[in-house]
Design a protein around this ligand. Sequence first.
Ligand code: GLP
Length: 243
Amino acid sequence: MKIIKAKDYDEMSRKAANLIAAQIYVKPDCVLGLATGSTPIGTYKELVAKYEMGDLDFSEVTTVNLDEYKGITKENDQSYYYFMNDNLFSHVNINKEKTFLPDGTEPDSDKACNAYNEIIHSVGGQDLQLLGLGHNGHIGFNEPASEFPLETHCVDLTESTIKANQRFFASYDDVPKQAYTMGIKTIMQAKKVLVVVSGEDKADIVQKAFFGPVTPEVPASVLQLHPDCTVVADAAALSKVNM
Ligand code: GLP
């Protein structure tokens, strides 16, 4: 695991965007695994800026997102579908038919998850998977558990995650309580993994996830075993580790 220290959120975003841009340069028809949450927003802004400068071409890129809330419409501005369009897809020359997320509108969990696994397999898996890090160590929506979930599955979100997401919704009751998420095996099969982490509130979990024991109680800890994982974190997120 390689850890790159950035001085602040903006530098973290630039460094992460450079790594994603490098992936697109070396393989223009690459498959990017993408993430939501507040952390990657700056990374997407940097990618859009590179596109606007004429430095980046998304026309052959395919994307598969980590997760989507269950029971939310695509038009809902809190859906991850909406987020991805708003933060990236609508601003670059990507072919929207090649952008995939789990279908949150499908009420049958097995059907939704099997269909998403099929899509990921049919595009050949991710060349690069971007990840944020939840406060309890979750990646995608793989919450702390007694074992690592394998492929796309439906999860009951933990209280901590529901509370963390509450800021985006009108009230606690409006926050979806379930989500469809890629599993740990699917994430680990990505050729490269890129994690972005920012802020002092993530310092404890950074220490546990990347410097502590590998355990499904801290899902992100499994990334220590990935052969090509880079963490780009700002100084605040790294404030509890010696670097
Ligand atoms: C959500 C997403 C995760 C994300 C996490 C952290 O739960 N499903 O993919 O990494 O939030 O979000 P933030 O970057 O806003 O701290």
